[in-house]
Design a protein around this ligand. Structure first.
Ligand code: ZN
Length: 465
């Protein structure tokens, strides 16, 4: 059962986006906490928490040790083994045991990295040119380390929250998210989730932040297999009843089809915030769309742009093709994979029905692949938007905050699926040219470390009160 969603979002966004004239002064990070964070981050990179290496439990044990040393009760930390990986839940006790906890989350596993391909050892934290290099340096060991260090800071200050703050770290986010599913089920009574694995600020060429993106929704990822079968036969005896011809016509129909345009509180807030900071025709179209999401001219401009079309509704696209079995035989089968990114609130079953209608051929067999997990958009809650506004103002006063819907998929979708509002609020401030998550020579700017601590401390104090 999903909790009642608040509808306070739009007004909240408007006021939160306004420039803040008198931002509070940022606290300075104590030198020992700052140093401890760098140490935790470097140690984190040294654990090769790649799928199949069995290193996640050791990494979790290390983090548990850091937390107990910082004042957590050992009984409040659980590491649950899960095949070769594990997930970890650590509870910072609040004063009111009846208040719903807030969860802060991330993942301990990383995408694989081959040493031979990298300029530096991917599993050694190397400091160079203002960055820390290493696999996971940004995704997501920066998030994990900054959350852990922020909790140490709060403990050192003697901070006593009203709500429990629960640190929840998954162990297979980059692969099958099975630990996430179990962990989310255990924590489904939470008030909300703050996820360190999405969101963050974009820096301009001058190194100054331009915009902060907060992820509040993910589209659902789903693949459909659309296939035709046929008795086949010798290719010297052709007939129009040919699986490849049928498939070709089906693909033509899909190519010509667009799902109905949809808007939500979140996508309108996104375009409202992005419009004024986006130049030219695109920015103008964003502003018009935010006011009137049925504006055909604005829709035409935005839907012609691959980077924006996904915000306007469900999209489906042919991605893989397979057919026939011999050069001299009539095809016995032909199929296409259609990859869809489903708008929050739309059911997988209705997308499948639409595809069946679009293909419009009773011989076609349309199959849903895997077990897609749908997730609703999280409401743009007033308390969350205000807390984020305050936290960001401590780092970059007045920086525009743009709520966003990503194409999926992070751990948040499992929490949203269970009715826990979830927000991607990473502390990374980075230029797009430096983003190498999942890629070679992954790095994170040193300048983000202390700022991220300030941001987490402010968010946690505001939302756990
Ligand atoms: Zn990640």
């Amino acid at each position: 059962m999903h909790p009642i969603r608040t509808r306070a979002g739009l007004g909240a966004i408007a006021s939160c986006l306004a420039l803040t004239a008198a931002a509070a002064t940022a606290p300075s990070v104590p030198a020992d906490i700052s140093a401890r964070l760098r140490e935790i981050h470097a140690r984190s990179i040294s654990f090769q928490t790649v799928e199949g290496q069995g290193q996640v439990p050791a990494y979790a044990a290390y983090l548990a040790g850091v937390l107990t040393e910082g004042g957590f009760q050992p009984a409040d930390i659980t590491i649950t083994p899960f095949g070769e990986t594990a997930f970890m839940v650590a509870r910072y006790r609040g004063k009111d045991p009846d208040a719903k906890p807030i969860v802060i989350g991330g993942h301990m596993d990383v995408v694989s990295a081959f040493k031979a391909d990298w300029q530096r050892d991917p599993f050694t934290a190397v400091v160079e040119d203002g960055f820390v290099f290493g696999r996971g340096s940004s995704d997501n060991k920066f998030g994990v380390s900054t959350m852990v260090a922020a909790l140490l800071w709060l403990k050192a200050e003697g901070y006593k929250p009203r709500r429990d703050i629960v640190l929840a770290l998954s162990g297979d986010e980059e692969t099958i998210q099975a630990t996430t599913a179990v962990m989310a089920e255990q924590l489904k009574n939470a008030e909300l989730l703050l996820n360190s694995d999405a969101g963050g600020a974009t820096l301009g060429d001058d190194g100054k932040p331009i915009v902060y993106g907060m992820q509040a929704a993910e589209k659902t990822y789903v693949d459909f297999d659309i296939g035709f079968t046929n008795p086949g036969g010798h290719s010297s005896r052709p007939s129009p009843d040919n699986a490849i011809y049928h498939l070709a016509r089906a693909i033509d129909h899909i190519a010509a089809f667009s799902f109905p345009r949809q808007s939500s509180e979140l996508t309108r807030a996104y375009f409202r915030a992005a419009g004024p900071i986006t130049p030219g025709e695109t920015g103008a179209a964003m502003r018009r769309y935010a006011e009137d999401p049925t504006d055909a001219g604005a829709i035409a401009v935005l839907s012609s742009q691959p980077e924006h079309v996904g915000q306007l509704g469900t999209t489906c696209v042919a991605t893989m093709l397979q057919g026939g079995h011999a050069r001299n035989a009539l095809p016995q089968s032909a199929k296409v994979n259609v990859n869809c990114r489903v708008f929050p609130g739309v059911t997988i079953e209705s997308v499948k029905e639409t595809l069946v209608q679009v293909v419009d051929d009773p011989r076609a067999l349309v199959t849903t692949l895997g077990k897609p997990v749908p997730s609703d958009a999280s409401p743009l809650r007033d308390d969350v938007m205000k807390a984020l506004r305050r936290a960001i103002d401590l780092r970059a006063p007045g920086l525009p905050i743009v709520p966003s819907m990503s194409a999926g998929a992070t751990d948040s979708l499992y929490f949203r699926n269970l009715g826990v509002p979830s927000y991607g609020v990473s502390g990374i401030f980075m230029h797009p040219k430096d983003q190498f998550a999942h890629g070679l020579n992954e790095r994170v700017p040193i300048a983000s470390f202390d700022g991220a601590l300030i941001q987490w401390r402010s968010l946690l104090k505001d939302l756990s009160r």
